[in-house]
Design a binder for this molecule. Structure first.
Ligand SMILES: [Zn+2]
Length: 330
């Protein structure tokens, strides 16, 4: 190892200690190193990439892909136990930084689970909105169709009444005494005939309208059926995924509480504030290639020396995230 370059040395250290930690916990040596590296690599790429890149592959595939090869619970458990029974008020700055970094790692894992799982509820919500929209539309359409139907029946009744009227006037015409009365009845008859024609015209229009509405109604009903099917499938998928990830999440939440318990209130509040404001949920980041692991701005050499000394909590002057070096991971 003395032949190694300085940078490699820095990289090597956490991995070596991981091995030791793993040895204590279980006889799984190789996967420990592997997992550490891949987890770190995933974390780095995640920072750069936006949360949602493509819709595919399926949520399920993504979930299984991100599963670590070695139980991360054991890793977190060991780390948290390493703080011993020491009071948090007696922590050195270095220990505070270590606790903060563990909290960050644990919460990032929780974030990962929630991001993946978060997409499905949104899809389910969208579908539920769509279903509700279609149901309203169908209700409105059938109300409208019903109204048109009522209008058609009214016009039909009007025609029937007009025909009766015409018959009645024609009978009266037989008994009239003079021309004036006859003409007067003629006018009434003409009027009723005109009304009948108008009503027939309206019936034609209403019938066409009714047919159009019925057609849209049918299409909407078919669409609704389809959406309900989609919705049920998505709901089932969501339930499965929630069940799958629930155990993991609960355990991580417990670790998260434990880690938070190691941090003084004031510092924890600061951490939470930074984390809430950071888009990727990262409040504590490592220095990567002389740059902040959160915003990727260069860190001045003096600041990097300060970070390495673990004497003060140092934040990135660009993004405000708490900066640690790789030693803190141990
Ligand atoms: Zn930064």
């Amino acid at each position: 190892m003395p032949a190694k370059k300085k940078t490699e040395d820095v990289d090597k250290k956490p991995a070596t200690s991981k091995k030791i930690a793993a040895k204590k916990a279980a006889p799984v040596k190789k996967p420990a190193t592997k997992t550490t590296k891949s987890t770190m690599a995933t974390a780095t790429t995640e920072k750069k990439a936006p949360k949602k890149t493509t819709r595919k592959p399926s949520t399920r595939a993504k979930l299984s892909a991100q599963k670590p090869e070695m139980p991360r619970e054991r890793r977190f458990e060991n780390k948290l136990n390493s703080f011993g029974g020491k009071k948090k008020t007696e922590f050195t700055t270095e220990e505070k930084l270590k606790a903060l970094y563990q909290l960050q790692l644990i919460q990032s894992e929780i974030d990962k689970i929630r991001i993946v799982r978060g997409e499905l509820p949104i899809e389910v919500n969208d579908l539920e909105d769509e279903v509700a929209g279609l149901e309203t539309r169908i209700q409105n359409l059938s109300d409208e169709a019903e109204e048109v139907n009522t209008l058609i029946n009214q016009k039909k009744q009007l025609i029937k009444d007009a025909k009766d009227g015409v018959k009645k006037y024609e009978e009266q015409q037989m008994q009239v005494k003079n021309n004036r009365e006859f003409e007067s009845l003629n006018k009434e008859i003409e009027y009723l005939q005109l009304e009948t024609q108008l009503a027939e015209k309206r019936i034609k229009e209403y019938t066409a309208d009714y047919a159009a509405k019925s057609e849209v109604l049918e299409t909407s009903k078919a669409a609704l059926e389809e959406r309900i099917k989609d919705l049920n499938t998505k709901k089932e998928e969501l339930e499965d995924i929630i069940a799958e990830t629930k155990k993991d999440e609960e355990q991580l939440l417990k670790f998260s509480d434990d880690a938070a318990g190691l941090i003084e209130e004031r510092l924890l509040a600061a951490y939470n504030r930074i984390r809430t404001n950071a888009r990727n949920g990262l409040a504590v980041v490592t220095v990567q290639r002389d740059a902040c692991g959160g915003c990727f701005n260069k860190i001045p050499p003096q600041r990097q020396i300060d970070i390495k000394q673990h004497k003060k909590v140092i934040v990135c002057e660009h993004c405000g995230r708490i900066l640690v070096d790789h030693e803190i991971e141990i």
